[in-house]
Write a protein that binds this ligand. Structure first.
Ligand code: NDP
Ligand code: MG
Length: 330
């Protein structure tokens, strides 16, 4: 069983007197830093000039260039996009990674795949909230928190675990639960989850269902409502009470179709594809492919994303959502 931590296992005092630099002020940077500040910790922001920096100033944050913030800080949390972290680290953070400082991440990619190699005389820690930044912020404001993972890659000071737990408490995560993992486990399971199931798996499943119905002559609107719109209702039930609660809520006919037909859709071929995808993650092949893709300005990323943007399901979906009051802005 994984080690689990709650409010009373973590002490904010372990970060008292320390300056935390949050590098990047996007989804996670904004959510985490506002929570840390409201928890009474000393937070500064390191971000380049632009939209994010303007937002940070508007939020009343103390804002610096990345290098300046890294210099001032005891704890440096890197929250710029994963594919840019190595370059930002090398030019603006590395010179200030002096003895006993602490380098933090919310995803293990750059450490696990050796894109960032910190000096041996610093702590290297992960605190990874299991939700987007706006949820990290919203749940905190509601007196709750988003669960998080912690991991220790280097414990030079002997205080790494205390820092990780205090940081997790500062962002509100110990109000939910904090689980201890490793950089390797977090990186590999996170990549697998988003590729095979959450992002890649779900969009491909929806597209396959939509295409099958439309190719068979059914109205695209019907196809959209059946295979995409209703997805949320089903997922919400599973989220709340597992397969059992979902199956109690749907008709007996739906339940029989579910248990008898589902395994034919996700059958042996899918298990094999998932194993291959996992192997590419474990071997570093995916990481290499993605880093090379970024070096040549993302041609595959752009082409494949555009093809999906132009798929009929996106047009029909936008049209239908435009007519549904729950999707009207504000
Ligand atoms: P975002 O894309 O939302 O934000 C990135 C931030 O970095 C922006 O403020 C951006 O500023 C800034 N930035 C980009 N380039 C530079 C640069 N060269 N110098 C300084 N600042 C720069 O990122 P996320 O919050 O999504 O991701 C951050 C980390 O959190 C990643 O490691 C990710 O894996 C992890 N994570 C993300 C989750 C999520 O749900 N989003 C969940 C859990 C972990 P600008 O506006 O100027 O571009
Ligand atoms: Mg994830």
């Amino acid at each position: 069983m994984m080690e689990k931590y709650y409010e009373t296992d973590a002490d904010l005092k372990n970060l008292a007197g320390k300056t935390i630099a949050v590098i990047g002020y996007g989804s996670q940077g904004r959510g985490q830093s506002l929570n840390l500040k409201d928890s009474g910790l000393k937070v500064i922001i390191g971000v380049r000039p632009g939209k994010s920096r303007d937002q940070a100033k508007k939020d009343g944050q103390e804002v610096y260039d990345v290098a300046e913030a890294s210099k001032k800080a005891d704890i440096i949390m890197i929250l710029v996009p994963d594919e840019l972290q190595a370059a930002v680290y090398k030019s603006e953070i590395m010179p200030y990674m002096t003895e006993k400082k602490c380098l933090m991440f919310s995803h293990g990619f750059n450490i696990h795949y050796g894109q960032i190699v910190p000096p041996a005389n610093v702590d290297v820690i992960m605190v990874a909230p299991k939700g987007p930044g706006h949820m990290v912020r919203r749940t905190y404001e509601q007196g709750m928190g988003v669960p998080a993972l912690i991991a220790i890659e280097q414990d030079y000071t002997g205080n790494a675990k205390k820092y990780a737990l205090a940081y997790a408490k500062g962002i509100g995560a110990t109000r939910a639960v904090v689980l201890e993992t490793t950089f390797r486990e977090e990186t590999e399971t996170d990549l697998f989850g988003e590729q095979a199931v959450l992002c890649g798996g779900v969009t491909s499943l929806i597209k396959a269902g939509f295409d099958t119905l439309v190719d068979a002559g059914y109205a695209p609107e019907m196809a959209y409502l059946e295979v995409c719109h209703e997805m949320k209702l089903i997922v919400d039930l599973i989220y709340e009470g597992g397969f059992t609660k979902m199956r109690e809520a749907v008709s007996n006919t739906a339940q029989y179709g579910d248990v008898s037909r589902g395994p034919r859709v996700i059958g042996r071929e899918s298990y094999e594809a998932m194993s291959e995808i996992l192997y590419e993650i474990q071997s570093g092949e995916f990481a290499k492919e993605w880093m090379l893709e970024c070096m040549v300005n993302k041609p595959v990323f752009n082409a494949l994303t555009r093809a999906d943007e132009e798929h009929e399901i996106e047009k029909v979906g936008a049209e239908l959502r435009g007519m549904m009051p729950q999707f009207k802005k504000n």
